[in-house]
Design a protein around this ligand. Structure first.
Ligand code: GLV
Ligand code: GLV
Length: 325
């Protein structure tokens, strides 16, 4: 059995994660809520493992404070919060939690798309406020979803799961991705690959599923938003900085876009005031993977990754495989 090591967890995770880790290792975790960055910086000094959240920047400075660290298990599929090059240079294995949250995130993507198109939050607020005075021919009219065109930026696991749902709505599915999907995947999804400009110009709904990297930062800025049709909607359940929020708020205010549904924000947890003020925007608190089952399985993956590395095994979901070379 591996020697008892010290593992820092920046939040209490759902399920038995902590108990399972504690059976073999010493665990340092906040009793409730999340660990501040200052507390994390203090705690990693003699840590062998770290389980962290997407809100925890694991940068070169933090890694430099953790000379014993062998593994960073990020409780998310996205890992833009981790400086991979710095981790790899120090021999630190970085893992993520793909697959187990794909369907949960695709479900929320569709929930938000429908909510924006059919103005669900506005209707809810209206009824609660006592402002529903009876059926009217033009009360809260929205946009059709069925049979319209869905543009998917990034046809990875989540993008594909969204495309599968779109088939049930008889949508035409276009996608843009640096790498074409295999022909059988395109066939199964009924998805056609187009260039980014065509994607922007052709879709009624645009949904973002690309990873956040320097190349995808502000994937959607003023110029890109200007290519979209004035009747189109944007859905973002990926990462906030893919979108220039200032440009999005301006486009919505000018009526150059019909609406947006956002689960993620450029400066999370802050939200651009222009988006907060817009009735055309549906907002969610970064909840894509927030189902009981998905979050529990993400916790199991993180715990498994840490136990694997500390026992000398290679975990399943390593995002910096070059660390093994
Ligand atoms: C959530 O945003 C994730 O990347 O898992
Ligand atoms: C994430 O799991 C993705 O590939 O979209």
């Amino acid at each position: 059995m591996a020697e008892r090591a010290k593992v820092v967890m920046t939040a209490m995770l759902p399920g038995a994660a902590r108990r399972v880790l504690e059976a073999e290792h010493e665990v340092v975790a906040p009793a409730a809520g999340t660990m501040s960055h200052a507390d994390l910086a203090a705690a990693v000094g003699d840590a062998d493992g770290l389980v962290c959240l997407l809100r925890d920047p694991v940068d070169a400075a933090l890694l430099a404070r953790a000379p014993r660290l062998k593994v960073v298990a990020n409780y998310a599929v996205g890992f833009n919060n981790v400086d991979l090059a710095a981790a790899t240079a120090r021999g630190v294995v970085v893992t993520n939690t793909p697959d187990v949250l794909t369907d949960a995130t695709a479900d929320l993507t569709f929930a938000l798309l429908l909510a924006a198109a059919r103005r669900v939050p506005e209707g809810d607020a209206m009824v609660r406020a006592g402002a529903f005075h009876g059926w009217e021919p033009e009360l809260l009219l929205g946009a059709d979803v069925y049979g319209r065109t869905l543009g998917i930026a990034g046809l990875g696991r989540i993008g594909r799961a969204v495309a599968r749902r779109a088939r049930g709505f008889d949508m035409r599915v276009l996608y843009s991705d640096p790498a074409p999907a295999p022909a059988e995947v395109e066939r199964e999804l009924g998805a056609t690959r187009v260039g980014k400009d065509e994607l922007l110009g052709s879709c009624d709904f645009l949904t973002l599923h690309c990873p956040l990297t320097p190349a995808t930062h502000h994937y959607l800025g003023a110029a890109e938003l200007a290519r979209m049709s004035a009747g189109a909607y944007l859905v973002n359940t990926a990462r906030g900085p893919l979108v220039d929020e200032e440009a999005l708020a301006a486009a919505l205010a000018a009526g150059r876009l019909a609406g947006a549904a956002l689960d993620v924000f450029e400066r999370e947890p802050a939200v651009h005031p222009g988006l907060l003020a817009s009735p055309r925007v549906v907002l969610a608190p970064h909840a894509g993977s927030a189902t009981v089952a998905a979050r529990r399985r993400m916790a199991e993956l993180c715990v498994g990754s840490v136990m694997d590395v500390l026992a000398g095994r290679r975990p399943r979901h390593v995002v910096n495989p070059e660390v093994y070379r």
